[in-house]
Write a protein that binds this ligand. Sequence first.
Ligand SMILES: Cc1cc2nc3c(=O)[nH]c(=O)nc-3n(C[C@H](O)[C@H](O)[C@H](O)COP(=O)(O)OP(=O)(O)OC[C@H]3O[C@@H](n4cnc5c(N)ncnc54)[C@H](O)[C@@H]3O)c2cc1C
Length: 394
Amino acid sequence: MHIVILGAGYAGLRAALDLDRLLRERGHSDQVTLVDQHSYHQLIQVIHRVAAAAMPPDAAIYDLKALLHNHAITFVQGAVREIVPLQRIVCLDDGRTLSYNRLVIALGAETAYGNVPGAREHTLPLHTYTHALRLRDHLVAQFQAAAQTSDPREQRILLTTAIVGGGYTGCQFAGELAEWVDDLCAQTGAPRREVRIALVERTALLLSQFGEWATRTAERILDQQGVSVYLNTVVEAVEPGLLRIAGGRVLRAGTIVWAGGIQGPPLLRASGLPVDAAGRVLVDRYLRVRDQALIFAAGDCAAIPMRPDGATVPATASFAMRQGEHLAETLLAEVEGRPPRTYEPLVLGELVSLGHNYAVGNPLGMPVIGYPAVLLKQGVEQYYRAMLESSLAP
Ligand SMILES: Cc1cc2nc3c(=O)[nH]c(=O)nc-3n(C[C@H](O)[C@H](O)[C@H](O)COP(=O)(O)OP(=O)(O)OC[C@H]3O[C@@H](n4cnc5c(N)ncnc54)[C@H](O)[C@@H]3O)c2cc1C
């Protein structure tokens, strides 16, 4: 059997490594191919730190060939353009095709702009490693430009960063940026007094999936760090250097970061797969794509049922990884002709960092804040790195 896994992120890489191990342990010779557009695995969970120069860029990526070196996994670097279920093939951008007996879609998500005019054209997203590098370089350039002018109004605009979206990405980046600006001013000569960071959220809560306690705590911490939080603030349009807010207000900013949501990759809908309103592929409790016996999906690109009220599993790295692990077992069952187990989402809680010294979260449902939360967050990251690095060992 040839099993093709699309996407070497948290879900896809985990699925590939675990499946390879299980197949070898059981003496199977089935072939596993992992496809990704990049030559590296990116730790998207930490890219906001790269964007705020709090982490060297190299620490956010791992070379895929090195990770797969000790495994019988074939790595294909290429961008997926289309999936053709009727022919059981995947088409890549460069014209190559791959045929499969079983397919796993783990292509992650893309930034969603929610039909806000100008958002795609005039903001910087923060969803990939390359986005993080671009944002970091843009910020340095804005601060350098501010140091070159003596007009305080121009300086203030250049040194204002508006972050749209108060979820994981927006809050974590705001916290990191707040810690960076002193150094950035010292390095560039930009006037510290003109620096502004605005976090704009359309609902009444930051980090809404965490509940009111975490939300209020995050708001307080960010406020202490000098981030102005604007709740119930709807961005209606974006123009170069300017946000138009519902109610007629405008916010001018030299840097506008769009962290306003995510959606499934458009190629899923274009390939005729069943998707929800956010473009995520619909799967059942086995992570099998609806009406597709041979195709599975995991991670941010999949709409995975969580509760009878229609809620789906949150888009986080921790869930994505466990879905990857689950799919490895499911695919082994497929190889061996056994029925698979259903996927039961394990809710372990989440942690959000707000700069280097603050974090907030609800591991195992318990509210945690401050240093204990920072240590836990670092522990989770170290655990993941250790898992990856064990693949590198001879
Ligand atoms: C700034 C930020 C901070 C975050 N912080 C946290 C956190 O603290 N904790 C947490 O649990 N979650 C966090 N998340 C969410 C977490 O990163 C995602 O839920 C997780 O990355 C999803 O894993 P995945 O495997 O579905 O997708 P990804 O990790 O995004 O992997 C998808 C892979 O598919 C590849 N790919 C995509 N399209 C194509 C194509 N057409 N062809 C070939 N390859 C393709 C990509 O290159 C990538 O390697 C954060 C996200 C962001 C943006």
